[in-house]
Structures are given as structure tokens and as C-alpha cells.
Design a protein around this ligand. Structure first.
Ligand SMILES: [Mg+2]
Length: 448
């Protein structure tokens, strides 16, 4: 496999000198150049797996004929510092203040980082190249990328679950105060978009980011990603404890510490682990034992209480089994869904609630079911997950009816609908989601 040098640089002469330096590093090296920050931000994540060294300028001028703002190296530094370090990084800007700001972004994020001042005409062969060689010799690369051979296929169904989740979240949030009328409003036609999603989708996006990058849940990377999204867009209805945890992580705290110290050391039993996990169920839908392990570690980044973990596992398994039984008969689907969820969910209040949900016939009115199982108004996993699974199970092949059911149960409407949407989309596929709903929903950074 070729080793990649990722370069942010706008100057043609310097780029030519870097090309010569890369040749000097060896035949197995390839240079990837970005001339501006926005393009590098959009593309560099896909190159991290094979990045052996990164070198960044700060001040950037537009390329000839280009009018768009080229951005700065600091923007790229902030983005990359939200990732686990795959390789060393050199800052080669003469803008000293900004170069140190970039250096700090990486240093605080644990990256091997150093600076080279661009002094004189031959600084790239004279200073940069020896620095690069020294850093490469010192760096021990740990393989954090573990994508399975069928990664792309897995991601495809992961995006479908995410789309179902995000639209459920947005519709649930929109109708939260009109839950009793939700079925009528949905029937009559929802207002024009854009429909905005909330924290459920933001956190699910981070799960998908990490799966897309690494092919598994890396807890440190997931904690960084949660915090990175929170910092950029905090007004998404995050719960109080999550806001505390994210703020602490951004201030440099270890995610293990923030997660385990929540609620006086009991850990959170909130529904936050469950609300974001359906896409993980989709990714590992063919291996339920592996899924249980991945769901557990995904929960522990923020929700360490056994009830929070049990709720996360239950929802992840439900999404996976929904995908497995998508072609089975309706009766078989529901039985299999509850059987597998109950088999794999640890003994807990969550599991006892799901046992009751499995025994609750579809003929029972939604408000009575919500009263018996809980509807998320306590925002805990045991109060949320059994009801959400019941709604999903009653309408596995009808996305609109499933959301309508979840929302009309009142309580934590956006979270209930997000969970239900992420599960049911595994059976209905994107074809089961009304096209005008998909068009009205705020766009996600992933497309199915
Ligand atoms: Mg929410």
C-alpha cells in the first residue's frame, strides 16, 4: 500500500519542492495536494487511512481564476484534531501566531506535531525533509482502521437507517406539542421544509462517521466526534447531562471520567445511547453477537448505567433483526424481533418492559400502551425503549404509520420517533419513506 503525504499548500513552487521531497522519501510515497481548506475539509477524511504524514500551511491565496474563499490551515487543523492521530503532522506556515494555534490544536488532541519555519528558498529539502524523516522514524503506527471487506454494503444499509432515524427525529420534534393530533396532521400533510433534526440525529451522525472511518466503534474517536459536533452546533436540544459531558470533553477531560461520574457516579440511564444506535444495528446486522459488543461500547462513551446500556443493546438488535427479517412474513417478523431482542438484552428494567411490550396486542390503544410501558417522558432507557419497540413492531412495513404511532404516544416524541424510524426503515427501505418527507428534511452529510 502506498504511503500518502497529505499537503495543504497554495504556492506552485512550494508544491513542486514538496513533490521532489516526496520522491526523496521513497518510491512508495504519493503526494496528495489541496490548494484550499474547504476542499481539503471535504475530502481529506477519506484519505486518513493511508496518510503517513500530513503537512499544512496556514495562509492561503485563491488559485488563479478562483473567487471562492480559500479558508485557512487552522480550519483544517481544528477538523483533523477531532480525529485520532493516524500519523505525524508538520505545520509549515510563516504566520507564527496561527502556526502555534494550529500546533496547539494537534498537541491538545495528542497528535505527534512539530513546526518548520519556511525560511530561505531551500527550506523544504533543507529543514522540512529532515524533520519529516525524524518524525516518521519515531512514529509507531497503530492500525485503528478495521473496515471489513463488505464495508460499502454495510454503509449503504447504515445510511438507510440513519435517514429513517433523522426523519423520525425531525417529524417527532415538529409534532411534539401536537401529539394527540399527530395522526390527523400527518394524514392531512405536513408543513413545507426544511424540517430540522435534533440531538438524536447529531449523535447518530457521529456513530456513522466513526463506522465509515474505522469499521468499528472506537470509543475515543466517538467521544471526540460527539464533542466536535456539539461544539459546532450545540443548539440541537441536547439533554443537560450530555451538555455537561460534552463541555467537559471539550475542556480536555477523559471521556471515561465524564461518563462514569455522571449522576453522582451512577452513570447515565438516559435514552441517549438508544436513540443514536439504529445505524450501528444496520452496520452489524449480520452478526448479532458482534453487534451486542459494539452497541455496549458505543453506549459506555456517555451512558454507563446498566439500564442505559441495556436500552442501547435492545434498540441496536431490533434494527439489525428488522433488516434480517425484511422479506419474512409479518407475523414471523414481529415474533423474531422480540425473541432476538429479549435473547440478547441483559436482564434489566428495560428487558422486563420489552417482555411486556411483546405481550401487548396491537389492538390496545396507543395511549394505554404508553401508560403501561412508559413513553420517554422520564427520558430514561426503561421509560423509552419498550414503547418504541412496540410501535416499531406493530408497523414494521409502514414507516408513516410507525412514526404516527410513536408520536401519538406523547412523551419524548423526537427520540421515540427517531428510534422507530431507524428500525422500521430497515424493513421498508428508502422506498417506504414518502419522497416529499425526504425532500423536506434538512440535508445530512451522507447520501443514501
Ligand atoms: Mg432530541
Amino acid at each position: 500500500m502506498k504511503k500518502n503525504l497529505l499537503l495543504l499548500e497554495d504556492n506552485a513552487e512550494r508544491i513542486a519542492a514538496f513533490r521532489a521531497a516526496v520522491s526523496a522519501l521513497g518510491e512508495d510515497w504519493v503526494l496528495k495536494v489541496w490548494y484550499d481548506a474547504p476542499t481539503m475539509l471535504a475530502e481529506c477524511e477519506d484519505c486518513l487511512e493511508h496518510a503517513a504524514l500530513i503537512t499544512l500551511d496556514h495562509d492561503l491565496n485563491p488559485q488563479p481564476g478562483v473567487t471562492a474563499d480559500p479558508g485557512t490551515g487552522l480550519e483544517v487543523a481544528k477538523f483533523l484534531a477531532g480525529h485520532l492521530p493516524p500519523c505525524p503532522i508538520i505545520i509549515h506556515s510563516s504566520n507564527t501566531d496561527r502556526a502555534w494555534s494550529m500546533h496547539n490544536e494537534f498537541r491538545f488532541a495528542g497528535w505527534p506535531v512539530d513546526r518548520v519555519g519556511p525560511i530561505g528558498d531551500d527550506w523544504i529539502p533543507k529543514f522540512w525533509l529532515p524533520k519529516a524523516r525524524a518524525m516518521l522514524a519515531e512514529h509507531k503506527s497503530e492500525n485503528i482502521f478495521r473496515k471489513p471487506a463488505d464495508h460499502t454494503e454495510r454503509l449503504h444499509r447504515t445510511f438507510i437507517s440513519l435517514e429513517g432515524l433523522a426523519i423520525g427525529d425531525a417529524v417527532g420534534e415538529m409534532l411534539a406539542c401536537r401529539n394527540a393530533e399527530a395522526p390527523r396532521i400527518i394524514q392531512a400533510g405536513l408543513p413545507a421544509g426544511p424540517w430540522f433534526h435534533t440531538d438524536d440525529t447529531e449523535m447518530a451522525l457521529s456513530i456513522v462517521d466513526i463506522l465509515k472511518l474505522y469499521g468499528h466503534i472506537n470509543q475515543a474517536a466517538l467521544a471526540r466526534r460527539f464533542a466536535w459536533r456539539f461544539e459546532r452546533d450545540p443548539d440541537r436540544g441536547y439533554g443537560k447531562m450530555t451538555r455537561i459531558q460534552m463541555t467537559e470533553i471539550l475542556a480536555g477531560a477523559d471521556w471515561r471520567q465524564t461518563a462514569t461520574s455522571a449522576f453522582s457516579g451512577q452513570g447515565s440511564m438516559g435514552n441517549g445511547g438508544a436513540m443514536r444506535v439504529p445505524p450501528l444495528g444496520a452496520y452489524f446486522a449480520d452478526d448479532l453477537d458482534r453487534l451486542v459488543a459494539e452497541a455496549r461500547v458505543s453506549s459506555l462513551v456517555t451512558h454507563t448505567h446498566p439500564e442505559g446500556v441495556a436500552g442501547t443493546i435492545a434498540v441496536a438488535v431490533a434494527a439489525a433483526v428488522a433488516w434480517q427479517v425484511r422479506s419474512a412474513s409479518p407475523e414471523h417478523r414481529v415474533r423474531r424481533l422480540f425473541d432476538e431482542v429479549l435473547r440478547l438484552t441483559p436482564e434489566s428494567q428495560v428487558r422486563r418492559g420489552i417482555t411486556l411490550a411483546a405481550q401487548t396486542p396491537s389492538t390496545v390503544p396507543v395511549d394505554a400502551v404508553a401508560k403501561a410501558l412508559g413513553n420517554g417522558s422520564l427520558v430514561t432507557a426503561p421509560d423509552t425503549v419498550p414503547f418504541a419497540l412496540w410501535c416499531a413492531a406493530q408497523h414494521l412495513d409502514d414507516y408513516v404509520a410507525a412514526l404516527s404511532c410513536a408520536i401519538s404516544g406523547d412523551g419524548d416524541c423526537d427520540t421515540n420517533a427517531a428510534i422507530v424510524g431507524g428500525i422500521v426503515a430497515m424493513v421498508t427501505g428508502l422506498e417506504g419513506i414518502p419522497p416529499d418527507w425526504r425532500a423536506a428534511k434538512e440535508k445530512l452529510p451522507f447520501s443514501c
